[in-house]
Design a protein around this ligand. Structure first.
Ligand code: DQA
Length: 153
Protein backbone atom coordinates (compact mmCIF):
# COMPACT_ATOMS: atom_id res chain seq x y z
CA UNK A 1 0.00 0.00 0.00
CA UNK A 2 1.28 3.46 -0.91
CA UNK A 3 2.17 5.65 2.04
CA UNK A 4 1.69 9.42 1.84
CA UNK A 5 2.87 12.00 4.37
CA UNK A 6 0.55 15.03 4.57
CA UNK A 7 2.26 18.15 5.94
CA UNK A 8 0.57 21.39 6.99
CA UNK A 9 2.70 24.45 7.70
CA UNK A 10 2.30 27.48 9.98
CA UNK A 11 -1.08 28.92 10.97
CA UNK A 12 -2.99 26.12 9.27
CA UNK A 13 -3.94 24.87 12.75
CA UNK A 14 -6.16 27.98 12.83
CA UNK A 15 -8.18 27.04 9.75
CA UNK A 16 -11.86 27.70 10.29
CA UNK A 17 -11.11 30.77 12.41
CA UNK A 18 -8.39 32.36 10.32
CA UNK A 19 -9.45 34.83 7.58
CA UNK A 20 -12.42 32.65 6.53
CA UNK A 21 -13.12 34.78 3.45
CA UNK A 22 -9.72 33.68 2.11
CA UNK A 23 -9.26 30.22 3.62
CA UNK A 24 -12.84 29.04 4.19
CA UNK A 25 -14.58 27.70 7.28
CA UNK A 26 -13.34 24.13 7.27
CA UNK A 27 -11.07 23.23 10.17
CA UNK A 28 -7.79 21.35 9.77
CA UNK A 29 -9.32 18.32 11.54
CA UNK A 30 -12.15 18.28 9.05
CA UNK A 31 -9.73 18.56 6.09
CA UNK A 32 -7.68 15.67 7.52
CA UNK A 33 -10.86 13.58 7.93
CA UNK A 34 -11.87 14.25 4.31
CA UNK A 35 -8.37 13.26 3.18
CA UNK A 36 -8.49 10.06 5.26
CA UNK A 37 -11.79 9.08 3.62
CA UNK A 38 -10.37 9.86 0.17
CA UNK A 39 -7.20 7.90 0.93
CA UNK A 40 -9.29 4.86 1.87
CA UNK A 41 -11.02 4.92 -1.54
CA UNK A 42 -7.63 5.27 -3.28
CA UNK A 43 -6.06 2.49 -1.23
CA UNK A 44 -3.32 4.62 0.32
CA UNK A 45 -2.21 5.13 3.91
CA UNK A 46 -1.94 8.69 5.23
CA UNK A 47 -0.11 10.29 8.11
CA UNK A 48 -0.77 13.98 8.83
CA UNK A 49 1.50 16.46 10.56
CA UNK A 50 1.12 20.18 11.30
CA UNK A 51 3.68 22.54 12.77
CA UNK A 52 4.24 26.25 13.03
CA UNK A 53 7.97 25.68 13.24
CA UNK A 54 10.21 25.46 10.18
CA UNK A 55 12.67 23.06 11.84
CA UNK A 56 9.90 20.64 12.84
CA UNK A 57 8.65 20.64 9.24
CA UNK A 58 12.18 19.91 7.99
CA UNK A 59 12.46 17.05 10.53
CA UNK A 60 9.14 15.61 9.34
CA UNK A 61 10.26 15.74 5.69
CA UNK A 62 13.60 14.09 6.55
CA UNK A 63 11.75 11.31 8.42
CA UNK A 64 9.89 10.35 5.24
CA UNK A 65 13.11 9.02 3.70
CA UNK A 66 12.80 5.28 3.16
CA UNK A 67 9.44 5.29 5.00
CA UNK A 68 6.94 6.99 2.65
CA UNK A 69 6.19 7.04 -1.07
CA UNK A 70 5.15 10.66 -1.49
CA UNK A 71 4.49 13.98 0.23
CA UNK A 72 1.45 16.27 0.06
CA UNK A 73 2.41 19.63 1.54
CA UNK A 74 0.87 23.02 2.20
CA UNK A 75 3.93 24.90 3.45
CA UNK A 76 1.84 27.98 4.37
CA UNK A 77 3.90 31.17 4.54
CA UNK A 78 7.15 29.15 4.41
CA UNK A 79 6.30 28.55 0.75
CA UNK A 80 7.56 32.04 0.07
CA UNK A 81 10.61 32.04 2.35
CA UNK A 82 12.01 28.60 3.08
CA UNK A 83 15.10 27.34 1.31
CA UNK A 84 15.38 24.80 4.16
CA UNK A 85 12.03 23.15 3.36
CA UNK A 86 12.85 23.14 -0.34
CA UNK A 87 16.26 21.54 0.34
CA UNK A 88 14.69 18.89 2.62
CA UNK A 89 12.25 17.88 -0.14
CA UNK A 90 15.08 17.76 -2.67
CA UNK A 91 17.19 15.72 -0.23
CA UNK A 92 14.63 12.97 0.37
CA UNK A 93 13.76 12.93 -3.33
CA UNK A 94 10.15 11.82 -2.85
CA UNK A 95 7.46 12.93 -5.31
CA UNK A 96 5.85 15.96 -3.68
CA UNK A 97 2.67 17.85 -4.51
CA UNK A 98 2.35 21.43 -3.22
CA UNK A 99 -1.14 22.64 -2.35
CA UNK A 100 -2.67 25.92 -1.22
CA UNK A 101 -6.24 26.75 -0.29
CA UNK A 102 -6.02 30.20 -1.88
CA UNK A 103 -4.83 31.04 -5.38
CA UNK A 104 -1.44 32.46 -4.37
CA UNK A 105 -0.92 33.84 -7.90
CA UNK A 106 -3.79 36.28 -7.68
CA UNK A 107 -2.89 37.57 -4.22
CA UNK A 108 -0.09 39.89 -3.00
CA UNK A 109 3.09 39.85 -5.11
CA UNK A 110 5.13 38.34 -2.24
CA UNK A 111 2.97 35.19 -2.46
CA UNK A 112 3.58 34.67 -6.18
CA UNK A 113 6.95 33.01 -5.73
CA UNK A 114 7.20 29.53 -4.26
CA UNK A 115 10.55 28.07 -3.20
CA UNK A 116 8.84 24.67 -3.18
CA UNK A 117 7.41 24.63 -6.72
CA UNK A 118 10.73 23.82 -8.39
CA UNK A 119 11.16 20.62 -6.34
CA UNK A 120 7.49 19.57 -6.55
CA UNK A 121 5.83 17.38 -9.17
CA UNK A 122 3.22 20.14 -9.40
CA UNK A 123 1.17 22.70 -7.53
CA UNK A 124 -2.59 22.93 -6.93
CA UNK A 125 -4.01 26.15 -5.53
CA UNK A 126 -7.20 28.17 -5.37
CA UNK A 127 -9.78 25.44 -4.68
CA UNK A 128 -10.11 25.96 -0.94
CA UNK A 129 -10.04 22.78 1.12
CA UNK A 130 -10.62 20.83 -2.10
CA UNK A 131 -7.04 21.69 -3.17
CA UNK A 132 -5.88 19.01 -0.70
CA UNK A 133 -8.22 16.34 -2.11
CA UNK A 134 -7.24 17.21 -5.68
CA UNK A 135 -3.59 17.22 -4.66
CA UNK A 136 -3.89 13.77 -3.09
CA UNK A 137 -5.45 12.44 -6.30
CA UNK A 138 -2.72 14.01 -8.42
CA UNK A 139 0.01 12.58 -6.18
CA UNK A 140 -1.46 9.08 -6.06
CA UNK A 141 -2.02 9.10 -9.84
CA UNK A 142 1.61 10.14 -10.29
CA UNK A 143 2.85 7.43 -7.92
CA UNK A 144 0.74 4.74 -9.60
CA UNK A 145 1.49 5.67 -13.20
CA UNK A 146 4.41 7.98 -13.93
CA UNK A 147 6.51 6.54 -11.11
CA UNK A 148 5.61 2.98 -12.00
CA UNK A 149 6.88 3.25 -15.60
CA UNK A 150 10.24 1.47 -15.70
CA UNK A 151 13.14 3.49 -17.11
CA UNK A 152 13.89 2.80 -20.79
CA UNK A 153 16.70 0.33 -21.25
C1 DQA B 1 -1.49 29.34 1.96
C2 DQA B 1 -1.04 30.57 1.18
C3 DQA B 1 0.14 31.25 1.86
O1 DQA B 1 0.53 32.40 1.12
C4 DQA B 1 -0.23 31.67 3.26
O2 DQA B 1 0.89 32.23 3.92
C5 DQA B 1 -0.81 30.55 4.06
C6 DQA B 1 -1.77 29.66 3.42
C7 DQA B 1 -2.78 28.73 1.38
O3 DQA B 1 -3.06 27.57 1.67
O4 DQA B 1 -3.51 29.41 0.64
O5 DQA B 1 -0.56 30.42 5.24
O6 DQA B 1 -0.47 28.36 1.88
Amino acid sequence: MLKVQVIHGPNLNLLGLREPTIYGRQTLDSINQTLEAEAATLGVTLASFQSNSEGALVDCIQATFGEKDGILINPGAYTHTSVAIRDAIAAVGLPTVEVHLSNIHKREAFRHHSYIAAVAVGQICGFGADSYRLGLHALVQHLKTVQAVPPES
